[in-house]
Each structure stands twice: as C-alpha cells, then as structure tokens.
Design a protein around this ligand. Structure first.
Ligand code: SF4
Length: 260
C-alpha cells in the first residue's frame, strides 16, 4: 500500500473548523448510500456510490447538505474507520465501481488510507470539494471536482486562491480535474466568466442551482426555468464555448430527497 507524507494547506480565508476531530483514523460520516448516479460535473449520469463526510469550512446560503455542515450534527455523526467504510460500501447492492467522496468538505479529513483501500478493492474514486484546503491525497484520486462558490453563496473567495488550488490539482500526478460552478443568477455567471481568465485549462461544467425550501413541484419548476436561462446565456458566450451546462440530475430524478 502506498504511503504519503501528509501536507495540508488552507487557503487564505479558510480554517479547519474546531468541531472536526484530529483523529486521523476515524472520520465523521454522515451517510453512505448507493447505488445511484453522479448528479453533477463531468461524470454526471455515471452510476456511483457516495460517502458523505461531516464538516465544512463554508456555510453557503443555498447549501442543500446542511446536515453535513451544522457542527451539532457533525459532532454526533458516526466515526468510521477505513474498514467500516469498506464494509458498508460492500453491503450496498452491487453495480457501480465509482465511489464519490463528498460532504461537507471531504478535504478537511486525512483520507489517503481510505483512497488506497478503495483502489485495492477495485473502485475508482472521485472527490468533490470547494477547493479551500489542499491535501496530498487529492493527488491520488481518479477524479477531482473543484466547485468554487459564486457570489450568491455568500462564500466567494478571491480568484487567485481558486486558481492556485486548481493549478495544484491539475499538476498532481493522477487526478482528472473538473471545475464545476453552480450558477443561480447573472451575477454568478459573470463571476464564472471572470474566474476562467488565467486559470488552467480544465473541463468545466456550469450547474444550474437548485433552490431549497420549496415544495418539490416548485423546486423542479424553478430548476427547469433556471436551466433554460443558463443554456441560452452560455450558448451566447464565446468565453464559455467549451463549458457544459447541466442541471443537478439527481434533483431531476428524485427531487431534493436525501440519500440519492
Ligand atoms: S461548501 Fe458545499 S457543503 Fe459546504 S456549505 Fe457550501 S454547499 Fe454546503
């Protein structure tokens, strides 16, 4: 099994939350579920299992996973080790060979041994992070989705920090890096266009944001309207001619239900 010298770097305006344990052998796991499909990013539509870790250094206004962010819930989450995660995944119905590590922000945790164990077990591994904390294990996974947050989140970071993280991920030996930006409005779209200037050439997806707190029918109607607007807007932008425009496919299929 590979070993790695662990280095962690939080970019300028972030810090690892105090409620995250320093126990590197056990991680707060909110849920493990599947089989389902990856709903976002370059692998949208691909069958996958998910492991959702608790804890996040952000608090986005439209977060749809607050149960993995709120400190009170993270503190009481089950602490699982690598074997626990593997055995739980192994008990799920078979199908996918892709495991998505998500959160919260999974990069708050030292997951190198888990990534190694998943590879040994025959899985490909994807991770989704907002790109605020670098960990060396991010260089070992098969697919890294970096999702910096636009202005509507209330958690926007400066362009230099985002680009530094993207360049670091792109330079790491293994990852297939995708930039994913969730777009809620025209201001977010202009931010994304500005963000693309000077950044490493990466596959990019623009994801129509999902409003939370509405009945399902209204959620879907809003998503459809926003997706149509985003398609029409992106199709007219020279700067975005290589971007892919997607809704959150899991929302289209199942609404905002948890565990799908
Ligand atoms: S970074 Fe993701 S998990 Fe964290 S608060 Fe924002 S949307 Fe929620």
């Amino acid at each position: 099994m590979r070993t790695m010298a662990a280095s962690t770097e939080a970019f300028s305006n972030t810090a690892v939350p105090q409620h995250i344990s320093n126990d590197h052998d056990r991680f707060p796991v909110i849920e493990i579920f599947g089989p389902t499909i990856q709903g976002e990013g370059a692998d949208a539509g691909r069958p996958a299992h998910f492991v959702r870790f608790g804890g996040c250094d952000f608090r986005c206004s439209w977060c749809d996973s607050m149960y993995a962010v709120e400190p009170a819930q993270v503190r009481t989450a089950e602490r699982l080790d690598v074997d626990d995660v593997l055995s739980t995944l192994g008990a799920l119905p078979t199908g996918p060979n892709l495991v998505v590590l998500t959160g919260g922000n999974p990069a708050l945790h030292e997951l190198g041994s888990l990534v190694d164990a998943l590879h040994v077990a025959g899985y490909e591994v994807a991770v989704e992070t907002q790109g605020s904390v670098w960990r060396d294990w991010l260089g070992l996974v098969d697919f890294v989705v970096v999702s910096p947050k636009p202005p509507s989140s209330g958690m926007t970071r400066n362009t230099e920090d985002v680009n530094e993280f993207l360049a670091r991920a792109a330079a790491a030996s293994k990852p297939n890096v995708t930039l994913k930006v969730v777009i809620f409005d025209a201001n977010d779209l202009e931010w994304a266009v500005a963000q693309f200037e000077g950044m490493p050439r990466l596959r990019t997806t623009l994801s129509a944001g999902t409003d939370v707190g509405f009945p399902e029918a209204e959620t879907l109607a809003r998503l459809r309207e926003r997706y149509a607007w985003l398609c029409e807007s992106v199709a007219r932008r020279v700067e975005l001619r290589t971007a892919r425009v997607l809704p959150q496919l899991h929302v289209v299929a199942w609404g905002i239900a948890r565990g799908v």
